[in-house]
Design a protein around this ligand. Structure first.
Ligand SMILES: Nc1ncnc2c1ncn2[C@@H]1O[C@H](COP(=O)(O)OP(=O)(O)OP(=O)(O)O)[C@@H](O)[C@H]1O
Ligand SMILES: [Mg+2]
Length: 117
């Protein structure tokens, strides 16, 4: 299992949700975050040039999937999130040790996508 984390532009969040739905990925968390992609804005000050680290609003998706669903989850984040401009975001894939569905006590692969209900 993997935890796929995608940080995208807020205006692309709905496109990502649609792409995930089409890829039959079920089960997703979203949160608003502030992030920085590494570009530094140079600011002239009277003693010389300094840099300003500006934060921008992003939406962070967290999606726990079985290994079979990792590629389509990454593809959905990339297709739904892409504008082609700097700042489209990133995808991180993290090993996931354990998942528990609280209602049933099911664990691991039975507790993540796919869900046949
Ligand atoms: N190395 C990182 N670690 C954690 N979060 C990151 C990292 N890089 C980017 N992010 C998150 O992704 C958001 C968007 O990053 P951004 O798209 O600017 O990445 P980038 O690598 O600079 O790509 P681009 O060249 O398209 O701008 C950031 O605001 C931040 O929230
Ligand atoms: Mg950037």
């Amino acid at each position: 299992m993997k935890l796929v984390i995608g940080v995208v532009r807020p205006e692309k969040a709905n496109d990502v949700l649609e792409a995930l739905y089409r890829a039959e990925v079920r089960g997703v968390s979203m949160s608003r975050v502030q992030g920085h992609g590494g570009e530094l804005e140079r600011v002239e000050t009277y003693r010389g040039t300094t840099v300003k680290v500006g934060l921008s609003e992003k939406v962070r998706f967290e999606i726990a999937v079985s290994d079979d669903f990792v590629d389509q989850t990454i593809d959905a984040l990339c297709e739904g999130g892409r504008t082609g401009e700097v700042g489209d975001g990133k995808v991180f894939v993290v090993p996931l040790e354990r998942v528990v569905r609280i209602r049933t006590g099911e664990t691991d692969v039975s507790a993540v996508t796919p869900v046949d209900k």
